[in-house]
Design a protein around this ligand. Structure first.
Ligand SMILES: N[C@@H](CCC(=O)N[C@@H](CS)C(=O)NCC(=O)O)C(=O)O
Length: 209
């Protein structure tokens, strides 16, 4: 049985839960309280993920994969969520790398800082990341003006990965009304069978006191 080491409010974890639900793959969820340091213990760092982060998928006892988008690729192999063609697969990777390089570190981080009381201490960094997050939304908008889904006109793990932080961007102060094609795409993603719905809010211990 697959085991997912996870923190429910994590949008990176949400991506994996979303794909597992759509694949109808049973799994055991192992809760990791990242704000009490459970992903930074010696055991976690040495046996699960040397980077000290979730999500981590345990594919069989003692074999672990970290990085949400690597986990998506592993699970989607041989399914309609990852195209077979070399070109289409590279396009999926294009969007997965874009997500990790330009979307999650900007939109995800500003949202996290804002929702957990960390933004005021990092005002200048937040301003820069907000500008870069808007640029990432502009990139998505440009592509989605002429495409129903990110790759090959069908729903793939690229859509799952990009949806995770884009649908909660307003929590980070990113208004979505200037991006109508993005909004329409979010709706198309939400209407896919077995969509798992909302991302749970941060736990109380995520907030700085
Ligand atoms: N690039 C990684 C990012 C993982 C990540 O940043 N996870 C956060 C939760 S969203 C975490 O575990 N943070 C705990 C820590 O840094 O101690 C991925 O896509 O999985």
């Amino acid at each position: 049985m697959l085991r997912l080491h996870d923190y429910l409010p994590s949008a990176n974890g949400y991506k994996v839960r979303q794909l597992l639900a759509q694949l109808e793959r049973p799994y055991e969820r192992v809760s990791v309280d990242i704000f009490s340091g459970q992903s930074r213990t010696e055991d976690f760092l040495h046996s699960r993920n040397p980077a000290g982060r979730i999500p981590v998928l345990e594919v069989e006892p003692g074999r672990f994969i970290a990085e949400s988008n690597a986990i998506l690729c592993y699970l989607a192999e041989g399914t309609p969520f990852l195209p077979d063609g070399r070109f289409e697969r590279a396009q999926v990777l294009q969007w997965l790398f874009f997500e990790q390089n330009l979307l999650e570190p900007n939109i995800g981080t500003v949202r996290y800082w804002r929702l957990t009381g960390r933004e005021a201490q990092r005002a200048e960094a937040a301003r820069l990341k907000s500008a870069q997050g808007l640029e990432a939304l502009g990139t998505l908008e440009r592509h989605l003006q002429t495409h129903r889904f990110l790759v090959d006109e069908r729903y793939t793990i690229a859509d799952i990965a990009l949806y995770a932080y884009t649908h909660v961007a307003p929590d980070g102060g990113f208004a979505l009304h200037p991006f109508p094609a993005v909004q329409a795409w979010l709706e198309r993603v939400r209407s896919q069978p077995r969509h798992i719905g909302e991302l749970p809010p941060y736990t109380a211990n995520a907030h700085v006191r």
